[in-house]
Design a protein around this ligand. Structure first.
Ligand code: NAP
Ligand code: GDP
Length: 316
């Protein structure tokens, strides 16, 4: 059987590690996986990236690499987020075409959906209106990957597709208080609150709603997309709509996982971003009706345990 060489850009991040953990139970002998980090090449640089394609000759690419941040990073860095992500995406997809990569799976985000919309949002609605103002740089750069996927397919016959995950968390996340997403931020803050006997501060009212997916579940789903999903059109990878929770609920789960008895307080001076981005997973359920997500409580406990064990070296 011919060997499949799967090159994962951004393989050293949260989702890259989610795929690595998922593969521990789902290895295939004919697959060779290569997980890249920014140390292998800056993917904004065409020449440096071309050397990676020369070296590894990938038959398949999972393109995860991105400048990723939570609400508070994006609010202040729309220009950088647009520029860095659109540069990486053009270089990577262009080289995938040049090196005749058989299939590419790129990672978008439910952040890219229109701000003014009806709910639940589905895959057909990506381009229906501007993203939320807090995240338009990242949002437009990611939306253009869907445009490129269709254009490369129509003009050159490439099989480039994309996945649209909701808010992700898990081991190896970015736990930075300034730049990270809400669950790693709350975990880091709860760790400090417990250590210094302080309250846990939630930014905003805690009322906004989010679907949260565990990186290991997402890893399993991305592997399935790579091996089996046949479409160019994107697919939403998220937990069921009924499992959407408030930021406050997420905070409660985090402090329970720490076994911390302190109180939760709100900082109402801080932004809340888009109130909700509720996404339909009807398409995913059509393909994989029986897929079981890790319960959010268990996934948060596993992430908290990982953070406690790896506090010194965790990205933060
Ligand atoms: P992450 O943990 O921040 O990891 C980012 C990865 O990209 C790292 O491997 C990083 O390498 C690499 N990278 C960044 N800039 C690069 C550059 N200029 N050249 C080469 N590599 C570069 O991100 P993540 O959360 O795993 O995100 C993976 C994908 O999921 C992204 O496409 C993101 O947009 C999407 N997504 C994330 C979320 C979320 O909640 N986190 C939600 C929806 C979608 P180093 O490790 O060397 O820095
Ligand atoms: P988003 O899902 O892309 O909007 O990004 P985040 O993961 O950063 O989640 C942002 C939501 O969580 C907003 O409603 C914030 O007000 C709220 N939030 C509460 N506390 C925190 C925190 O410590 N860090 C972050 N990033 N968001 C927080």
């Amino acid at each position: 059987m011919a060997e499949t060489v799967i090159m994962v850009t951004g393989g050293s991040g949260l989702v890259g590690h989610g795929i690595q953990l998922a593969l521990e139970e789902d290895k295939k002998p004919n697959e060779k996986w290569i997980f890249l980090s920014s140390k292998d090449a800056d993917l904004r640089n065409h020449e440096a990236t071309k050397l990676l394609f020369e070296k590894y000759k990938p038959t398949h690419v999972i393109h995860l690499a991105a400048k990723v941040g939570g609400l508070f990073y994006n609010l202040e860095n729309n220009c950088d987020a647009y520029k860095m992500n659109s540069q990486m995406n053009s270089v990577v997809l262009d080289l995938c075409k040049e090196y005749k990569v058989q299939k590419v799976v790129s990672c978008l985000s439910t952040c890219i959906f229109p701000d003014k919309t009806t709910y639940p949002i589905d895959e057909t609605m990506i381009h229906n209106g501007p993203p939320h103002f807090s995240i338009y740089g990242y949002g437009y750069a990611k939306r253009m990957v869907d445009v490129m996927n269709h254009a490369y397919n129509e003009q050159y016959g490439c099989h480039f597709t994309s996945v649209i995950p909701c808010n992700i968390f898990g081991p190896h996340d970015n736990f930075s208080l300034r730049e990270g997403h809400v669950i790693p931020g709350l975990i880091h803050k709860a760790y400090l609150a417990e250590r210094y006997d302080q309250p846990l501060v939630i930014l905003g009212t805690g009322k906004p709603l989010r679907q949260f997916i565990y990186s290991v579940d997402l890893g399993k789903l991305i592997i399935w997309v790579l091996r089996e999903y046949p479409e160019i059109k994107p697919i939403i990878l998220a937990v069921d709509e009924k499992d959407e929770i408030s930021i406050r609920d997420a905070g409660e789960l985090v402090i329970k996982a720490f076994g911390y008895k302190g109180e939760i307080v709100q900082d109402l001076s801080k932004s809340e971003g888009q109130f909700k981005k509720t996404a339909s997973i009807a398409k995913l359920r059509k393909y994989l009706p029986g897929f079981k997500f890790t319960p959010t409580k268990q996934a948060i406990e596993e992430t908290v345990n990982w953070f406690r064990k790896n506090y010194e070296t965790a990205k933060k």
